[in-house]
Ligand binder design. Structure first.
Ligand SMILES: Nc1ncnc2c1ncn2[C@@H]1O[C@H](COP(=O)(O)OP(=O)(O)OP(=O)(O)O)[C@@H](O)[C@H]1O
Length: 792
């Protein structure tokens, strides 16, 4: 490594926040030459036209241990691949997700290293290419701005720890690249703090003669260089030659930063800090001239935007928070004005915005890291940060590479700087007298000596540069000659141009003609299009009709299906009913047959009964007859005996005959009367019996007849019932088959109608497409006739 201008002492200079490479106050444009890395270094004219948006990255920190312990709900989800972050918001009892998109999104699990490699390393490369770049962290207090920007500085062994943030990593990358290129370089750093609108130098050496507060925080002024750029006058600019040196400075500066414990962060930064690293790299160029390339990286850690009540800030802290919010508010207004392209951008309203002027809407390449917390308790601030960052995405900067400075210029600038410093010292002496310690005097003397040596060296370089200027002059002359040649070429070109313009005129006439034909054609085409549209409309209507018809058919077929299903169900029910009825008829039939057979049995038994009864009656009549016959026999024998007795008596006593005769005759008369009455009675009895038998017979016959009639009647009624059931089923069957037939017919009819309609439709479409085709052909032939220039 060969550090350029090894200026061993600290020096006080005006540190510019603008694009001009401090400490060279008047950088001059030099001839452009290709960069050793292959980039078009110094291609400022091209760069000027290139607008780039401010890059906005979002980082969401993990929940802290306290938050995890108290089970704080998370409302933020990061989708790193989609570069989106969504916040779950509850509005009027409804969950609403607000989604924001950024250039890059880093979730709670993302590591310092990956953030650096993905987002910051390319920016550092741009710095080494001669651009001014700014990275700043913005977010609510306690969301990890300082963690992201600083993190852990270095391990005991000097290595970077895993939690090292953007600043230590950027510094390391710069050194690593320059060393690897074996470049001739010089690095200078400044570290300032902006607290309650006062700038202090975090790198100034401690002065033990001053009271504690004063010695640590020397106010420094912000000045404008008259060209719109801002620089900080009196800011310590330290030259650094090694990584360790820079880390020591960083640690010293960081330890001086004002921090305090708030409810939201145990070590809350109460100020904005700006760490600037300026890299000068010597370039070898054609001839003897040496050019110096300069790039600057501003790493800004803003104080946290905070809700004063929630952060628990009071009195001094509250004023602090108020100032912080005020400067952040101005930053917000500046961002809004830039996004809305307002004619006035209120940069001057706060020191923070004055310092960041070139980074917002200027020539610097800027990257904002917005930090948020996933906690539901911080949702309001998270949404405000996301809105802020989203708006910042639209800010456009016009990055320009810093112009390279020749050594001569550098030398001149250094002289001027020395003069100015001398003037400063003189002024200071004249005012109060200045005390400089021996040590410091010796140091400054040594510094002066080395500077003088440097000046000498630069003077040598200057003479070389002058030689180079001479060669450039020659180059200029040749270029002048070339210019003359070009001018004559230009004249020729003009003549050609005139000719071409004449041809163009002719062509324009042609064009007009063509335009009119084109218009006509367009008219025809528009008509054609209209008819086409009409056709399309009709086709659409037909399609809708067809659709409707098909819908109807579908409906009908679904209805038919339904009906068929119903009929099938009905038939099933009827069949069931029929089988049931058949069963019951069979049962009835069996019951009736059983009944008939029973009745027949009964009749038969009755007949048997009657016949046995008649037989018994007959027997009784016969016994009665036999008895009567016997009685008649007895009577006749009695009569004969009586006649014999009368004869004997007649024989025995003739005297008493008359008496006896009279008696006998009376007796006979009596007996005869008795017999006559007995016979009569017997005859009556027989007659009665006969009558009763007849009556019984009649009764039996009548009951038999009635039974038979009843049986016949039940038989006929059963027959009638079964006949009626059969008729009923036949009727149902007939009706269902008729319905089926009707349905089939209607279906066929519909189908026929549809096929007819389809045919008609196809015919129509065919005819219309034919017509279209004919039209189209006509038009094509017309176009072909009118010539090749006509277009559709
Ligand atoms: N990504 C992260 N991973 C782990 N810890 C983190 C992360 N971000 C922040 N922290 C921790 O959260 C705490 C607050 O972070 P930090 O001080 O960086 O916040 P800040 O935004 O700078 O706050 P302030 O604005 O108050 O200075 C610290 O203890 C830090 O270590």
């Amino acid at each position: 490594m060969m550090p350029l201008t090894p200026d061993q002492s600290n020096k006080k200079v005006g540190s510019s926040m603008s694009a001009s490479p401090s400490p060279f106050l008047t950088p001059r444009p030099e001839r452009r030459r290709p960069d050793s890395r292959g980039s078009d270094w110094g291609s400022n004219r091209q760069d000027k036209d290139k607008e780039t948006n401010v890059q906005v990255l979002l980082r969401c920190r993990p929940l802290s241990d306290d938050e995890l312990r108290s089970n704080v709900p998370r409302v933020v989800t990061c989708y790193e691949n989609k570069r989106e972050v969504s916040v779950m918001q509850t509005l009027a009892n409804k969950q609403v997700d607000r989604v924001f998109t950024f250039d890059k999104v880093f979730g709670p699990k993302s590591q310092q290293r990956s953030i650096y490699e993905q987002a910051i390393a390319p920016i550092v490369n741009e710095v080494l290419d001669g651009f001014n770049c700014t990275v700043f962290a913005y977010g609510q207090t306690g969301t990890g701005k300082t963690y992201t920007m600083e993190g852990g500085m270095r391990n005991k062994g000097g290595d970077l720890p895993a939690e090292a943030g953007v600043i230590p990593r950027a510094v390391r990358q710069i050194f690593d690249i320059l060393e690897a290129q074996n470049a001739d370089y010089s690095i200078k750093v400044t570290f300032l703090e902006l607290y309650n609108e006062e700038i202090t130098d975090l790198l100034s050496p401690e002065d033990n003669s001053r009271p504690t507060d004063e010695k640590q925080k020397k106010p420094i002024t912000l000045m404008e260089d008259g060209k719109g750029s801002v620089f900080v006058r009196g800011l310590e600019e330290e030259s650094v030659y090694s990584l360790n040196e820079i880390y020591t400075l960083l640690e010293r500066g960081a330890s001086k930063r004002r921090t305090a414990e708030t409810l939201l962060n145990k070590r809350s930064s109460r100020s904005h800090s700006v760490f600037t690293i300026t890299v000068y790299v010597k370039e070898t160029v054609i001839g003897d001239e040496e050019l110096i390339k300069c790039g600057k990286l501003n790493l800004v850690d803003l104080a946290g935007s905070e809700n004063i009540l929630r952060s628990g800030a009071r009195e001094g802290r509250a004023r602090e928070a108020g100032e912080i919010n005020k400067s952040l508010l101005t930053l917000g207004r500046v961002i809004n004005a830039l996004v809305e392209h307002s004619p006035h951008v209120p940069y001057r309203d706060s020191k923070l915005t004055r310092i960041l002027r070139d980074s917002l809407g200027g020539k610097t390449k800027t990257c904002i890291i917005a930090t948020i917390s996933p906690s539901a308790y911080c949702m309001e601030e998270t949404l405000s940060t996301l809105d802020y960052a989203s708006r910042a995405k639209s800010i456009k900067n016009k990055p320009e590479a810093n112009q390279k400075v020749s050594k001569a210029v550098l030398l001149k600038d250094l002289y001027m700087e020395i003069d100015r410093m001398k003037e400063d010292i003189q002024a200071a002496r004249e005012k109060n007298g200045v005390y400089i310690s021996h040590e410091r005097f010796a140091k400054e003397e040594a510094e002066k000596k080395s500077r003088n040596e440097k000046i000498e060296q630069l003077e040598n370089d200057l003479s070389l540069s002058e030689k180079q200027v001479a060669s450039f002059r020659e180059l200029y002359l040749t270029e002048q000659e070339q210019k003359l040649e070009l001018e004559s070429e230009l004249k020729d070109c003009k003549v050609n141009l005139e000719k071409t313009s004449n041809t163009l005129h002719g062509l324009q006439e042609n064009y007009k003609l063509l335009v009119s034909t084109l218009k006509e054609k367009e008219h025809t085409i528009s008509k054609l299009l209209k008819s086409e549209n009409a056709l399309i409309e009709r086709a659409k209507e037909m399609c809708t009709d067809l659709q409707n018809a098909s819908d109807d058919i579908n409906l009908l077929s679904s209805k038919l299906d339904h009906k068929e299903r119903l009929e099938a169900e009905n038939q099933k029910t009827i069949l069931n009913f029929g089988s049931l009825l058949n069963g019951s008829l069979k049962d009835l039939h069996t019951t009736i047959t059983g009944c008939v057979s029973q009745q027949q049995k009964q009749l038969r038994s009755m007949e048997d009964h009657v016949s046995s009864y008649l037989a018994s009656k007959n027997d009784a009549a016969q016994t009665l007859e036999s008895r009567i016959n016997k009685m008649t026999g007895i009577y006749t024998s009695g009569v004969e005996t009586l006649k014999e007795l009368a004869n004997t008596l007649h024989m025995k006593a003739s005297s008493d005959m008359e008496q006896i005769q009279s008696k006998v005759s009376s007796q006979t008369l009596a007996v005869e009367n008795f017999l006559a009455t007995a016979v009569h009675e017997a005859k009556d009895v027989i007659c009665n019996i006969q009558n009763s038998i007849d009556e019984q017979k009649q009764l039996l016959a009548f009951s038999l007849q009635q039974q038979e009639e009843g049986f016949q009647q039940s038989l006929t009624s059963a027959r009638v019932v079964s006949e009626a059931a059969v008729n009923f089923f036949d009727d149902i069957h007939l009706r269902s088959s008729r319905v089926m037939k009707i349905l089939e017919e209607s279906q066929n009819e519909r189908f026929q109608q549809l096929t007819n309609f389809e045919k008609k439709f196809k015919n129509m479409v065919f005819e219309e497409s034919l017509q279209l085709h004919i039209h189209h052909n006509k038009l094509v032939s017309q176009r072909e006739k009118t010539g090749p220039f006509s277009t559709w």
